[in-house]
Design a protein around this ligand. Structure first.
Ligand code: HEC
Ligand code: HEC
Length: 459
């Protein structure tokens, strides 16, 4: 799977349309949740990791301790989903239905309008995993093999008549941990109790392991070393047409939420690099990075191993540099303007291309310049803090990252507000680069009149 640039652009456009200047908490969902005639889908916990990080961690905390950055602003504390004892009486189906339908009276937003049922199940399963550990799963497997497999089967498929199927998620997801702890401790029907034979920790571990038997994927990620995956490629200098030997290459390994690990190597005399023994888990993504000649960064697309795939060829191009800006072109410029109490909210998307076969490095410190209209408030550029890559100046801001040759190699998304008295706004924009495609979307102002000069791009 490749995350191509087109997708990134499409996503950015969607984000432009839906993101307000000051991101509000995703709380007010006007869509009523549909009635709960819900299919029960065996989840893949690791597929829910990204969704949990994005949608749930702000309140429930990254490890489910109820301590996310937004938690302190709520009148009801978010539940510690990662605390097994707190959650003992809830079943996965309870979690699913609370997550889907929400409980707005108690500050828990509904997700049914934003996530599919499968996404909700995966997210809930990931949240569930926060109450367990890999050690507990391993201990539980050992206990299960000795004490439970004779009746329940090694993989959870009943080995005897009258024994419930532990691989049937529709059935297992209806039971809370407390209910299962009770069955294991006290016994039920033809099942003996293990209260006198196993420690409480062993019983709990057996229950945790039994849970994994009805999931579509593992509760935790396998170790990142010792896999069979290989990512290799050639780094070539596209200005000279020669391979780039002796370059330091870094491989980043990412899950859906963050970077897990980096590995480094150096290209050989033919410009080749190779990273072996990689995990081929399809929920992981990889990208290689290098710098050339000294500090101009280059990186590949993100790639993942497809099912059954163990090798990926990932070439990277690097370039000599130039300080001549004449090849810089604005491929597309979008302006979107909305109005809100006393302010005009502006979002801009600028896609830049660079002609020629050298990376544009500007004066070494300032690479691309973007003027801004006077009076700009709440400036946000690519969601990055100002003062690093982006630096605000008297007349606008600069991007200090060198621009690499090719189409749409730079994407700038900026949002800001302008004071607006409700009657008159002169909105005049210019760009120091020729633009081939400019469009502006201005929200309807009803009876008000808006005097605007056409957004223009100086060539
Ligand atoms: C705006 C903050 C917020 C966000 C975002 C949020 N929650 Fe909650 N959630 C809460 C609060 C507050 C409660 C406690 C409600 C209560 O005590 O009745 C809660 C309760 C829950 C419960 C019920 C726990 C129980 O049994 O009492 C579940 C399950 C849950 N959230 C899952 C999720 C999932 C999954 C997500 C992400 C898809 C999510 N929440 C996102 C605030 C949030
Ligand atoms: C002698 C056979 C036998 C052994 C050994 C056994 N079980 Fe069971 N188990 C059963 C039977 C039969 C049931 C169904 C009880 C009933 O509902 O009447 C059951 C029910 C369960 C349930 C409840 C399933 C549900 O649908 O609610 C769980 C969980 C469970 N067993 C886990 C375990 C674990 C963990 C062990 C090992 C520590 C274990 N069992 C050992 C026979 C066994």
């Amino acid at each position: 799977m490749r995350l191509t640039r087109t997708i990134v652009i499409a996503l950015a456009l969607v984000a432009l349309l839906v993101l307000p200047v000051s991101p509000a908490l995703a709380q007010d969902n006007p869509t009523p949740a549909p009635p709960a005639a819900t299919e029960i889908l065996p989840p893949t916990p690791l597929n829910g990791q990204g969704s949990f990080a994005q949608n749930c961690a702000p309140c429930h905390g990254a490890t489910g301790q109820g301590d996310g950055p937004s938690a302190s602003g709520l009148s009801v504390p978010p539940t510690a989903l990662g605390d097994r004892a707190t959650m003992a009486n809830r079943s996965p189906q309870d979690w699913f239905s609370i997550t889907k339908n929400g409980n707005m009276a108690r500050m828990m937003p509904p997700w049914g309008g934003r996530l599919s049922d499968q996404e909700i199940w995966d997210t809930v399963a990931y949240a569930w995993s926060l109450g367990a550990t890999q050690d507990e799963v391993d201990q539980g497997r050992a206990v299960y093999e000795v004490n439970c497999a004779s009746c329940h089967g090694a993989d959870g498929k009943p080995a005897q008549p009258g024994v419930p199927d532990l691989t049937d998620f529709a059935a297992t997801s209806a039971a809370s941990n407390a209910a299962w702890d009770q069955v294991v401790s006290q016994g039920k029907g033809a099942m003996p109790g293990f209260g006198g034979k196993l420690s409480e920790a062993e019983q709990r571990a057996a229950v945790t392991y039994a849970r994994t038997l009805s999931l579509a994927g593992p509760l935790f990620r396998a170790p990142l070393t010792g896999g069979t995956g290989v990512i290799s490629g050639t780094i070539s200098n596209a200005t000279t047409g020669q391979p780039a030997p002796n370059l330091s290459v870094e491989l980043g390994i990412f899950d859906q939420a963050s970077q897990l690990e980096t590995r480094t190597t150096t290209t050989d005399a033919q410009g080749r690099y190779e990273f072996a023994a990689l995990p081929t888990d399809s929920t992981l993504a990889f990208a290689v990075r290098t710098t050339y000649p000294e500090n101009v960064p280059y990186s590949s697309d993100f790639v993942s191993f497809e099912e059954g795939e163990t090798t990926i060829n990932l070439p990277v191009l690097v370039y000599e540099t130039t300080d001549d800006p004449s090849g810089v072109r604005a491929e597309r410029v979008h302006y979107i303007m909305e109005f809100d109490a006393g302010r005009a909210l502006v979002a801009e998307l600028v896609l830049l291309s660079l002609d020629g076969d050298r990376a544009f490095v500007g004066d070494g410190n300032h690479v691309l310049r973007f003027p801004l209209p006077p009076g700009v408030q709440s400036l946000n550029v690519n969601d990055e803090e100002m003062g690093g890559r982006f630096v605000q100046t008297e007349t606008g801001f600069v991007d200090r990252l060198p621009l690499t040759p090719g189409q749409n190699t730079r994407q700038i998304v900026l949002r800001y507000a302008l004071p607006f008295d409700g009657t008159n706004l002169d909105f005049e924009r210019s760009l120091p680069y020729p633009a081939s495609n400019v469009n502006a979307l201005i929200s309807d102002l009803g009876r008000r009149t808006l005097k605007r000069t056409n957004p223009c791009a100086s060539a």
